[in-house]
Write a protein that binds this ligand. Structure first.
Ligand code: SF4
Length: 366
């Protein structure tokens, strides 16, 4: 290991290898993981069950710096938003959502986001870089440290698209789930994707048992190409096929996120289209009232939201209207930003780099 490698990027097997390489017993791996992930002690000097020499070897071999919380805000409903700065200066925002006694951490998987959904503040701020597995997992550790208590749930849906960084995201889940590391139960994790089909397939194949949520927002390609631009690469038919395949492999239902925008995707016909599209999918539908007016995407009226919901319910779907959390501090879905918007030309260029083939290159549907 090199002194430049982050200690948070070392998995359990890596720790075993590290200690046995020093002639130490392998149980030392469990000890260091307990300090980092359970006791939330990040300075090797404070790891008192190691002797002086071992503490010095740890400090010399790895970088124990963790994301710095440079800003923290608390909403009226108890939701907190954190601005975190990584060791190279990359910035991410995360949210800690309070529901009764339970806390849910909304973790970011990228600094910025290359997808560029037009209604989203994160998308407008452009894309910086992917986060490492250790950076994603350490967001959780510093949030627990700041909260001073355990957090019960994780949703990977902060800044960024998890399935444009799949390997790191799944490794972060493994770290936080591993019984000798944080030990959070696998059913307490949800990955929320904008619809990157290979990522859904990789999650199904991983056998991890993480819950899946898909931000659908539209049931036809023309509208979804506009609202969720990665649809040009992964159109709705392919996406729904991947959701069905995920269900077959895992036996899990899928949460479908549907943000409602006034007169854009909230009419009765849109609701009927959604019912037709999801035929045969065991879906729990989360209807999300849009957060104010971004780029002309306005919030639907309460009446239209209720009408939309009743179409879904009449068709036999479980459909709930999501209670807003943290809107007064811009910590709600699609409001995390992390930094001032960069040069728009640069942001466009970055989006272009990460985009998959154009829609004209879609595979023919059988
Ligand atoms: S809504 Fe999600 S996928 Fe779309 S730009 Fe925002 S963070 Fe990225």
């Amino acid at each position: 290991m090199t002194a430049n490698k982050s200690a948070f990027d070392v998995n359990y097997d890596g720790w075993v290898e590290f200690f046995t390489g020093l002639g130490q017993p392998s149980y030392r791996a469990g000890q260091v993981c307990a300090w980092l992930w359970k006791r939330r002690v990040f300075d090797p000097e404070s790891m008192t069950d190691f002797g002086k020499e071992l503490r010095a070897a740890l400090a010399a071999s790895l970088d124990f710096s963790f994301p710095e919380i440079t800003r923290s805000e608390r909403a009226k409903d108890g939701t907190r938003k954190f601005l975190l700065v990584m060791r190279d200066g990359a910035r991410v925002e995360t949210a800690l959502i309070k529901q009764g006694d339970r806390l849910t951490a909304c973790l970011s998987t990228q600094s910025g986001c290359p997808i560029g959904c037009p209604f989203c503040a994160t998308g407008a701020s452009g894309f910086d870089r992917n986060l490492t597995a250790g950076e994603i997992a350490s967001e959780f550790a510093v949030m627990e440290e700041s909260a001073g208590r355990d957090i019960q749930n994780i949703v990977l849906m902060g800044m960024g698209e998890p399935f444009l960084n799949t390997e790191a995201v799944l490794d972060a889940v493994r770290t936080l789930n591993h019984p000798k590391m944080r030990g959070l139960g696998i059913r307490h994790f949800t990955i929320s994707t904008a619809g990157i089909v290979p990522g859904i397939q990789a999650l199904a194949a991983s056998g991890l048992g993480v819950r899946l949520a898909v931000s659908l927002h539209a049931a036809d390609d023309d509208l979804r190409d506009e609202l969720v631009p990665c649809n040009t690469s992964y159109p709705v038919r392919d996406l729904v096929a991947a959701m069905k395949d995920y269900q077959e492999k895992t036996g899990d239902r899928v949460t479908v996120e549907y943000a409602l925008f006034k007169k854009k995707n909230d009419t009765l016909e849109h609701a009927r289209q959604l019912v037709r599209l999801l035929h045969g999918v065991h879906a729990y539908i989360n209807l999300i009232p849009a957060n104010g007016d971004v780029n002309g995407y306005e919030r639907s009226t309460p009446e239209d939201i209720l009408r939309f919901q009743s179409v879904l319910k009449s068709a036999g779907f479980e459909a709930e209207i999501r209670a807003e959390r943290g809107a007064d501090i811009s910590a709600a879905c699609g409001q995390l930003k992390g930094k001032e918007p960069p040069d728009p030309a640069k942001a466009k260029e970055k989006r272009h780099e990460t985009r998959r083939p154009h829609k004209n290159e879609r595979r023919p549907h059988g």
